[in-house]
Each structure stands twice: as C-alpha cells, then as structure tokens.
Design a protein around this ligand. Structure first.
Ligand code: ADE
Ligand code: ZN
Length: 326
C-alpha cells in the first residue's frame, strides 16, 4: 500500500519500450477495421487470450501481425500519443522508445508517414506537459544486415530524431556478429549503441554485443547470470541492463517472477533498470512491473529508488539533462 502509493508518484524513466508493443487491443481492433486488415480476433478479450505465449517467437508472430494494422500518419500519431498519455498518467518523465521501420515496410508504409505521425505526437506531449522523449532506431535481426544498412541510410532525413540504434526480434540463430557492419556505420554517424542480448540467447551473445558491436548498454541481458565472470565485468564496467520482468515471465524466460535473477544482478552491483518492453501484450506498463516485483520478490522502496536512479544514469540524455532528473 505504501509502496504502491510511492511508486505511482515517483518520477520514472523507461529505457526499453517498443512502440508497437504499446498498441492497445482496443486501438488494434479499431485500426484493423478502419484499414480493412483481417484479424482473427473479434474482441479485446480475444486479443488478450492470444497473449498466452510459449516463447519469444510465438509473441513476435502476434506482434508483427498487430503492427500491420498501422497504415496512415494519423495511426502512428495515435499509437505514440496513447503511450505518451500513459507516461503522463504514470509519471514516466523520460522515455526512450524503440521505433522499428522494417516492421511497416511490408505494408508499403514509408518512414516519412511513420515519423510524421510519431514526431507530431511527441511535439504535442513535449509542449503539452514537458514530456521528455528520445527515439531509438531499432533493427530486426531476423532480416539481413544489408537491409538494416539500407534502412540506416534511409533514416538520414530523420537523423536528428534518433539518439541511438538498437537490435531486436528473434535472437536465436541471429548472433550479434552478423551486425558488425551496421554498428560500425551507426557509430560513425554518431549514434549511441544498444542491442537486445541474453534474453533467449546465451551469455556469449551479451559478451559479443559488448566486444563485437561495442554497445553501451544491454537490453534484457538476464542470461548473463550463466557466466559469473561476465556479471562481474558488467558491474565493473558499469554496463546497464534494461530488464523487463513481466516480459520475461510472459515469454517464459523465467517460469515465475519469483525465479527472476534481477536480485542477483543487484547483489553483484550491476546497473539494473526496470522496463515494460511490450506493455500492451505483457499485462502491464512500467508501474505494474514495479508492483509485480514488490509482490513477488519483495522489492522495497530503498532498492526501487536505486533502480529508478540507475535508469536516469543509464539514459542516453546529456549529462545536464540527467542532472535535472536527479
Ligand atoms: N521486439 C519486441 N519485443 C521484443 C523482445 N522482448 N525481444 C526481442 N524483440 C522484441
Ligand atoms: Zn525488447
């Protein structure tokens, strides 16, 4: 009760959120109807029932199908606007949001359409209530690196909107080493660097994301626990992990939240942060992730304060902007 009141009121940062993962069932059904996209779901309850995932791929199948209903600038405006309204109501004062243009390409939706909608929603939120947002240009690792490089080039007109690049989608069979050229090109263009690693993939993928891609932080990274020397290195080098507790349970990385290794990382001194990943599909936004940790793992206020501070420090904001959030 005390914890709940405190976490709802505390200013929070979210560093790991896929904008398509915030597509709410109601909006999904509305846009499918408007744009004439056939979906095998008649109601919000049907969509929620489909969210009983067995692994990452079973989720990704629904996630990409869901995102295929987005077609017009207005659709993208509403998607971003819906999430930023949640930020306002949950006191998520700064959000780093992954945008994945390759997801919309099969429907013939251009980056101009996507970014016109997203940037208008961000402008409204920033003028409306001072919302702070940074966008991460995220690539899909099940697609070839040559396509990612072409997308990086195509994003140049929107370069100023993106602070970093990321790497998401199916991790198995798609190791970091496949994307060396992408990360080298992005580094040359001044992007900050992050990547999903060690979610379904092994600890070695976390090490390779650091050594081969040169990333500054790791999305998920929870399987790094399988390599104690790597955990020690993450702590020593101050490499942050953007951990997503409800996501990990829904995608069966852990059977139950009580089995989550977040406490071990904290104990080892790793800069862990808490995030929601794909909140519309995983049963809760950022606050709900903290509440679940409180209920299932006994997370208390002092440790939660550390997690919130870690997220400010791990953000891609300037040091002046980070100081203002502290
Ligand atoms: N895309 C959206 N959510 C993801 C996740 N949890 N892992 C990999 N790719 C994703
Ligand atoms: Zn993710």
């Amino acid at each position: 009760e005390d914890f709940e009141r405190w976490i709802r009121g505390a200013p929070k940062c979210e560093l790991h959120l896929h904008i398509d993962g915030s597509l709410q069932p109601r909006r999904l059904l509305e846009l499918a109807k408007k744009n004439g996209v056939a979906l095998p779901y008649a109601s919000e309850a049907d969509v929620e029932a489909a969210c009983a995932f067995t692994d990452l791929q079973s989720f990704l199948d629904l996630y990409y199908h869901g995102a295929s209903v987005l077609r017009t600038e207005e659709d993208f405006y509403h998607l971003m606007g819906d999430y930023l309204a949640v930020c306002r109501s949950e006191r998520i004062v700064h959000a780093e949001i992954m945008v994945e243009p390759q997801t919309y390409a099969p429907q013939g939706v251009s980056l101009d359409t996507v970014m016109a909608g997203f940037s208008a929603a961000i402008d409204d939120a920033s003028r409306g209530w001072g919302q702070s947002v940074a966008l991460i240009l995220s690539f899909l690792r099940h697609l070839p690196v040559a396509e990612a490089l072409a997308q990086l080039e195509a994003a140049e007109p929107w370069r100023e909107h993106f602070v970093a690049i990321g790497l998401a989608s199916a991790e198995r069979d798609h190791p970091p080493a496949d994307f060396v050229r992408l990360y080298a090109a992005a580094r040359e263009r001044g992007y900050r660097l992050t990547a999903h690693a060690g979610e379904e993939g092994p600890a070695a993928f976390v090490r390779d994301a650091l050594d081969v891609l040169g990333v500054e932080r790791i999305d998920h990274g929870v399987r790094a626990v399988e390599d104690p020397a790597l955990v020690e290195r993450l702590a020593r080098e101050g490499i942050p992990l953007t951990v997503c507790p409800l996501s990990n349970v829904r995608l069966r990385v852990f059977d139950r939240l009580a089995d989550h290794t977040l406490p071990q990382f904290l104990e080892a001194g790793v800069a862990v942060t808490v995030n929601s990943d794909d909140p519309a599909y995983f049963g809760g936004y950022l606050t709900e992730n903290f509440l679940a940790l409180h209920r299932e793992l006994g997370l208390a206020i002092p440790t939660a304060r550390r997690l919130l501070a870690n997220a400010i420090d791990a953000s891609f904001l300037s040091s002046a902007a980070r100081a203002r959030l502290r």
